[in-house]
Write a protein that binds this ligand. Sequence first.
Ligand code: ADP
Ligand code: MG
Length: 440
Amino acid sequence: MTTVALKDVTKVFSDGTIAVDNVNLDVNDGEFMVLLGPSGCGKSTVLRMIAGLEDPSSGAVLLDGELANDIPPRDRRVAMVFQDFALYPHMTVGDNIAFPLRLAGVDAGSRAERVADVASALGIGDVLARRPGQLSGGQRQRVAMGRAIVRRPGLFLMDEPLSNLDSGLRAELRAEISGLVRELGVSTVYVTHDQAEALTMADRVAIMRKGVLQDVGTPTEVYGRPATLYVAAFLGSPRMNLLEASVYVHLDRYVALNLGDQALYLPWSDIRARAVSHYHGERIVVGLRAEALTPVAPGGSGDVLQGRIRFLEHHGHESLAYLDIGATAIMVDDLGGTPAESTGATGGRMRRLGSVMQRLTGRPAEPAAADQDQSGGRTGDKRESVLSDGGRHHRRPAELAVRLAPYPAVAPGHPLAVSVRMDALHFFDERGDRIDVGWR
Ligand SMILES: Nc1ncnc2c1ncn2[C@@H]1O[C@H](COP(=O)(O)OP(=O)(O)O)[C@@H](O)[C@H]1O
Ligand SMILES: [Mg+2]
């Protein structure tokens, strides 16, 4: 099936919007690639350039290794499924699915055969005689999928195909879609703003922010070793705790990570100690996911942080405690509002507190006078510091998210200590780039 390669692809719209900024990306044969990022980051524009519906301003789109910039959309063997999949309301389901075949001049006999095959694969064989208005949302989406599949394309492009559906159906169709395209072996580029969807469906995930590709890898790679602070913050629920730390090296013994009132000590034997030790006397960002934290009895020693519960969130299967540990949090903006967030922890809480999520770059949302020469600097530019004191809005007292058993016997104000899995810490420099061993 078709492979895709984007080489230095940039799209600047006529109003000057840089929608896609020098993106390089390969989609392998039969691969399920998910393009992930918040609304407006350029995902649809990338997809449309692959389909040939937009021309790149510069750079090359290669299909099967051949330059495709000048190949018209209909000659690209590409099928696209959109969020607002438009079915023909006056046609039956069967005719809707058969429509692309009719356009291609396939004879009636083969049409009927292929429609029946596709419909049975999608579990809609019994509704072929109905009209779209007589179907549920999930069935309509299956019909749209069927219409895309029936042409036997070399490449599927799917633009948030599930985002109009309710969450139960979305989860069900996620599994169905990824199962189906894998069975068909068709290379797929699937766009979503939902990180949970990306992590569950993808062979590889490509994360974008403001037109700039941040990271590409398998779900395990991008979740376990995010390339940038932004990716670290975007993936996972609850969000990764991001703390400001000043580094102090005790040679051959440990690297102290001072978090404010408390410190963590990275033993010299830790493979990353040397990489972090280059930041002696400087500030970095330490990332801790909730799964790196285990509640322990207060007063314990070792790799333990002592805190006080600011508030609790009950999610049924677990409760989340947010701890004040006397540390400073680094805030990352552009994270968007994913569905998980609106019901889940941090996003909803942030909104309740009226907090302004700040740019990773550390610039306040309303540019200060000193920032006004930045207009030429792209917002995706990571060269600015996330730790500078200039952008005071992007730092705030940390509330460390910790997982507890459902409905625990603790309350806000109670002390809580957590032991920290030091090998599960993430480190980022002041530009938001990962600090790690063997890192690019
Ligand atoms: N035709 C257009 N003209 C000008 N700006 C556009 C056009 N299409 C998209 N944009 C802008 O380009 C950026 C990326 O858009 P898009 O690719 O649709 O993002 P996403 O799909 O990630 O939500 C946004 O800022 C959007 O407003
Ligand atoms: Mg879009």
